[in-house]
Structures are given as C-alpha cells and as structure tokens.
Design a protein around this ligand. Structure first.
Ligand code: F6R
Length: 585
C-alpha cells in the first residue's frame, strides 16, 4: 500500500525522506515523490518507478529545506502516471499533501471544489485533500481548524500528511496507519516504523480519529473535535533494524532461509497467551478462523489439525467475505484472526463484525505494534522478525507453528521434536541445485496445477498463490479427488503438475491421480518423502511427524517459486501490482 512520510528537523529533509521511502519499499508501490519547504516555498518532484530510479532521474534528494513529505504510491484511483504520483500540491501551490487510503466521497467533493473554481491535474482521490485544505485554510487561517474542517468533510479510510508553505506539518489518521517517530532533533510522521527506524526507536502510534500538528520539532496531538490527546511513547523493537538483506540476493531468499531458526522462536513469547487462548477455545460456542491470502491458507490448515488432533470443529472464513454474511458469526464464539502485518483491512473488518457478536478475539500476528494486536483479547506473536518480501514465506511457517503449539496444549499426547524438525528443514535448504534445475523447466510454462488431498490441499493452494505472485504463471491448487470432476480436461503436454504427496493417508490416492495425469502427457513434479517412477522431477522432503508435513512441503516450493522468478526475470521481493500490507478494503 502507499507509504507516507513527513519530516521536520535539524537536517536536510529530502535525503532522509528518500532513505525512509526506500526502507518502506516492501509495502509495494508504483511511483514516488518528495516535496520540501524552504524559505516559505514548496518544491516538489515525482515520477513513476522505483525509489532509486525516480531519484536518479529527478534527484529527489537534492530538494532544499529541513521540512518535507514523501510518498510511494500504490494506485487505486487513476492509472500509474507521473501526474497521479504524490505529493499533490493545492491549486495555490501553498499546500502539498501525501495520502494513503481511499476518499469515498471524492467525486462529490471534486464537483463542489470545481464549482468553486478549483481545477485538478490528476485522476486521484487524494488531490481533493490538497484543494479542500487550501479552501479551508483560506477561510480559517489556521492549521488546526483547517484539519478539523477537512476531516469532517471527507469520508473513507485514510492517513495523510499536509505541508504548509509556512513550514507547518499536519497529519490525520482515520483507520490507516500513522506513526510519529520522536528523535532528539528530528520528528517523523510515517506509515511504518521502517520510515524512521535508522534515526529513532521512539514511536507514538496515533489513534484513529486523531491528528497531529508539527512545527519546529514541537508537536501536539488532538482528536477530530480539537481536544488535546495524551500520548504514549513506545520503544520500537530493535529487530526492525535487521531489515537488511545481508549476504542474500533478495529479502525473499533470506526469509526462506530463516525458517529453520524460527521454528524455535514462533510463539516463544506467548506461552501464557497460548494457555489463555486454549481456555477461550475450550469454552467457545463456535470457533471461526479468519485471514486473507496466505494467512487464510493457514486458517484452512488450522481447521484440519483442530479437527484431527483435538476433535474441535472450526470454520475458516475468508476475511473479505465476512462482511457479506455477518450472520455467520454466532454470539459468544471465538474468532482466531491471523495476519502477518496485523493491518489487513479485511481482517480488521472481520474482527469488528465478530466483536459486535460478543466474540473473543485471538490474534495471531507478527507485527506486535499493529492494529490487530490492539484488538485481540489474546495476542499470540509469530515472532518471525520483519518480513519484507511481499510474498509471505516465513510468516506462513510461523503461523502454522503457533497453531501447532495451540493444538499441542489442547492435546498433550502430541509430541513434536522441534530440534529434529529444524534440522530436516535445514537439509531441504542446504542443496537447492535440483530445485534450481526444475525452476529452469518452469520458465516457459504458462499453466501449473498443484494437487493435494486433506491437509496437503491448503498447501496446494498456498503453492499456487506463491507461483502466481512470484512468477506470474497461472497456477491453481486442486483437491486431488476433484481431478476427474473437471480439471483432467486441462491436462496435456504443455502442462506441469505438482503433486503434494507425503507418505500419509492421502499417499496412494494422490499417486493414482499423478498416473492419470501422466497418461495425458503432463509433466509431474512430485513433492514427497518417497520416490516414484511417475514423477518426472522429484523434490524430496524429509520423513517426519505427519502434522509437520505442510511446512516441509511448502519450504521447497517457496524455493522453487523464488528460483523460477529469477529465471523469468521478475523481482521476487516486489511482485507487480501487490502490496505487503493491504490496508484498503
Ligand atoms: C501472499 C501474501 C498475501 C498476504 C495477505 C494477508 O504471499 O503475502 O496474500 O498473505 O495479504 O496479509 P496479512 O497476513 O498481513 O494479513
């Protein structure tokens, strides 16, 4: 999603803003811009492309002044063009803004502003904010009243930073993240702590419905009625400082390789939390599990392990679907909400709906400073460190580990040797040569199907998601038994099929499916602990406790999709059109 940053301090703003934008790149974007204020004058540069590209083309970091704003845009309203990039100046050029979110009533407001003589250069909803601020500033003559009037007029979910020609900054938050970084000499307003972590680890997480006015390093936080609000400074975890690639070519590769270690860490600080979560689960009328994308795929696995190992029934719900069937949620139940970022708008909406039905919320979340953390009755941390690659890899494993730990608590007979498991995962990662060779074969393929049964079916879906995101290859997860009910018609010599086939109760049936597919000429990649002549390529996984198969299956597939991305010359860290935290519905 869009990243916004504002800076006011003792140093030249533009290079600091460009660095902050670079650190927030992982959130996903298509264009970049910076505006600064110097000697009561606002200057602005922006364009489409990566931060480094746009910076070398327009020298964003040479803009003058110690006050500025910056933005990376993830297009929602209007195409990816230089003009649609932020910051947006107001008509007078005396105010410039950066915005994340969506202004729902922008058409109505645009019409009113056009009637008042304002004109618009972009197709964005965001430019409305700049001109509305100008209009309100001209009538109120002060920043506080201007912001209050503006937020009372706009509808939607948003965070914006506005810079005024006199050097004042103001930022408002309504359901989109906004954090104040409080340094000795410099103050930041940012969507993400990575925007300022190099300079300070003191953060104020602004509440939704609050705004801040910043002038010469002095700031005041107010609510939308203009009442002063007390704030708390949180020490941001230093682990954010680890968000470097180190010796790895990409964050995604680094994050895949971190998995053997995180097996020990996932849920480690949440022992009491797990006990509490178990109490809620035992007493719940119903259990619902929600998430989006990869986190929803974890929910699918959660349903299977809760049912198989502890005989507890649960219902996975795609977070974005719940708003269309809120009656699904029965009173006094438990909602397990899974989210790496803790900021996915769909997940937060699902939580809101469940809370209305008096449900308890168990949040499984990686970013412990996120909105979902604050909404949980019990919070279980994934503890897998910052995940920068846009495609979820290590966070999926961490989510499953937290879920396993819940199941273990519910059924003491389940023993998992984490030490051994970590070793066997390391073995998969030690020798990627075979996987790299298979990746070369996938380079020219346009359709890949992935088959799995039972607990391996969610892995088939997750593998398809990874292939789509990282390689842009059309990929589809299929429950093995459904093959003959339709998908078999697609099997021919141009197709590759990955069969997820560990030696569990699904093994024989899936092997039969593989033979049926092979008879139609498709190439088979078998992911299994047992070799078979039906596989054209065999990805060997370790023989382990069957509850752990999903993790040992997905890790080599993450590697396969990573190396396929390299073969296809796509950027594995920043897939096109995607954002790391999807904070709009
Ligand atoms: C897939 C992926 C997305 C996220 C989804 C939910 O690789 O990254 O599908 O899993 O957007 O994000 P969180 O877990 O942050 O709520």
């Amino acid at each position: 999603m869009c990243s916004i940053i504002g800076f006011s301090g003792n140093e030249i703003a533009a290079p600091i803003i460009v660095k902050g934008l670079k650190r927030m790149e992982y959130r996903g974007y298509d264009s970049v811009g910076v505006a600064t204020e110097s000697e009561n004058h606002i200057e602005l540069k922006k364009g489409i492309g990566k931060v480094t590209e746009v910076n070398s083309k327009f020298q964003l970091d040479t803009l003058p002044g110690k006050i500025g704003i910056g933005h990376t845009r993830w297009a929602t309203h209007g195409k990816v063009t230089d003009l649609n990039a932020h910051p947006h100046p107001s008509n007078s050029g005396k105010i410039a803004i950066v915005h994340n979110g969506i202004i729902e009533n922008f058409e109505e407001l645009k019409k009113q502003l056009e009637d008042d003589g304002y004109n618009f250069k972009s197709e964005t909803d965001s430019e409305i904010i700049a001109n509305l601020l100008q209009k309100n500033y001209e009538s109120t003559k002060n920043v506080k009243d201007t912001i209050m009037k503006t937020v009372s007029e706009i509808k939607g979910h948003y965070a914006f930073v506005a810079m005024f020609e006199n050097g004042q900054l103001a930022a408002a938050r309504f359901h989109e993240p906004l954090i104040i970084g409080v340094g000795q000499e410099n103050i930041f307003l940012s969507s993400d702590v990575l925007g300022f972590i190099e300079y300070t680890d003191n953060a104020i997480y602004m509440k939704s419905g609050n705004f801040v006015i910043l002038e010469n390093k002095e700031f005041e936080i107010l609510d939308f009625n203009g009442e002063k609000v007390k704030h708390e400074i949180t020490k941001v975890s230093k682990e954010f400082g680890d968000a470097y690639k180190g010796d790895y070519a990409h964050f995604t590769l680094k994050e895949i390789y971190e998995q053997p270690e995180l097996i020990f860490k996932a849920g480690e600080r949440t022992v009491e939390g797990i006990e509490e979560a178990v109490k809620y689960i035992k007493n719940a009328k119903n259990i619902y599990i929600t998430g989006s994308g990869t986190s929803y795929n974890s929910a699918l696995i959660a349903k299977q392990i809760l049912s198989k190992y502890v005989k507890i029934k649960s219902e996975p719900i795609i977070a974005s679907e719940l708003q269309f069937a809120p009656e699904t949620i029965e009173e006094d139940s438990v909602l397990i909400a899974i989210s790496q970022s803790g900021e996915s708008a769909d997940v937060l909406e699902a939580v809101r709906i469940a809370k209305k039905s008096n449900c308890k919320i168990i949040s499984i979340v990686n970013l412990l400073t996120s909105s979902l953390t604050r909404k949980g009755d019990v919070v279980l941390g994934m503890n897998c460190g910052p995940e920068i690659g846009v495609a979820a890899t290590k966070s999926f494993t961490a989510q499953l580990l937290v879920l396993y730990k819940i199941v273990q608590k519910l059924n003491q007979n389940i023993t998992i040797n984490f030490e051994e498991f970590s070793k066997s995962i390391s073995e998969i990662l030690e020798n990627p040569v075979k996987i790299q060779e298979i990746a070369k074969e996938l380079k020219e393929v346009s359709d890949v199907y992935i088959l799995g049964r039972g607990i391996n079916y969610p892995i088939a879906i997750e593998s398809a998601l990874k292939l789509k995101e990282l390689t842009y290859i059309h990929a589809e997860g299929i429950p093995g038994g459904e093959l003959k009910h339709g998908p078999l018609a697609l099997m021919d010599t141009d197709v590759f099929v990955i069969v997820i086939n560990p030696k569990d109760s699904t093994y024989t049936d899936t092997l039969t499916s593989a033979r049926e597919i092979k008879a139609r000429g498709a190439k088979i990649i078998g992911v299994s602990d047992i070799e078979s002549d039906v596989y054209d390529y065999w990805i060997k996984i370790p023989k382990i406790n069957e509850i752990l198969y999903p993790i040992s299956e997905i890790i080599p597939i993450q590697l396969l999709t990573y190396y396929s991305a390299l073969e296809k010359d796509t950027d594995p860290d920043y897939p096109r059109n995607l954002a790391k935290s999807v904070t709009v519905k």
